[in-house]
Design a protein around this ligand. Structure first.
Ligand code: GAR
Length: 186
């Protein structure tokens, strides 16, 4: 059974689906790492009985200092894969080098289209032919790493609300499955 760490900063619906789906797969969520003490994802972790590592990035002079602390913490726990799920901080070279090829992220668009924020709304307002979800290996850019999995649907005849809902449902289905696949290929 491989241990994974999920990094999140906000709502945590993906975190919850990853934890709940893990029963069907060969991994378990060992720890939630969160940089926002008041994020809803922490309440979810408490209800699901998952340990949390909470820090405030503003307490540190630079990124690599808090990342070194996180690395030391994760090493002791023997975490095999870092899963970003709405983690709103870039990772520095320190972290990327330590976990090279073992950090993945999810984004609500058909990358390379619509990276960054407001992707669903922007794609919708542009009447993009396809909207969807991308899972990719993390590099130093914003939503730029090598694509692992992508799945999309047409936005024709759908409200923005419907598109948003379908995107999140797709994320919750695709991410746990892809985590399992990435672990098997390691
Ligand atoms: C998800 O839609 C995820 O794709 C997105 O943040 C949301 C987090 O939702 N990530 C990015 O935009 C990464 N660039 P959640 O907190 O409910 O899981």
């Amino acid at each position: 059974m491989s241990k994974i760490a999920v990094f999140a900063s906000g709502n945590g619906s993906n975190f919850q689906s990853i934890v709940e789906s893990s029963k069907e797969y060969d991994y378990n969520v060992d720890i939630l790492v969160c940089n926002q003490a008041n994020a809803f994802v922490i309440e979810r972790a408490n209800s699901l009985g998952i340990e949390t590592y909470i820090f405030n990035h503003k307490d540190y002079k630079d990124r690599s200092i808090y990342e070194k602390e996180i690395i030391n913490y994760l090493k002791v726990r023997d975490v095999k894969l870092i899963v970003l799920a709405g983690y709103m901080r870039l990772l520095s070279k320190t972290f990327l080098d330590e976990y090279e090829g073992r950090i993945i992220n999810i984004h609500p668009s058909m990358l390379p289209d619509y990276p960054g924020i407001n992707s669903i709304e922007d794609a919708y307002n542009d009447k993009a032919s396809n909207i969807g979800v991308t899972i990719f290996y993390v590099d130093s850019g914003v939503d730029t790493g090598k694509i692992i999995e992508q799945s999309g649907f047409t936005i024709v005849n759908k409200s923005l609300e419907k598109v948003r809902q379908m995107t999140h449902e797709l994320e919750h289905e695709l991410y746990p499955k892809t985590i399992q696949k990435v672990l098997e290929e390691q």
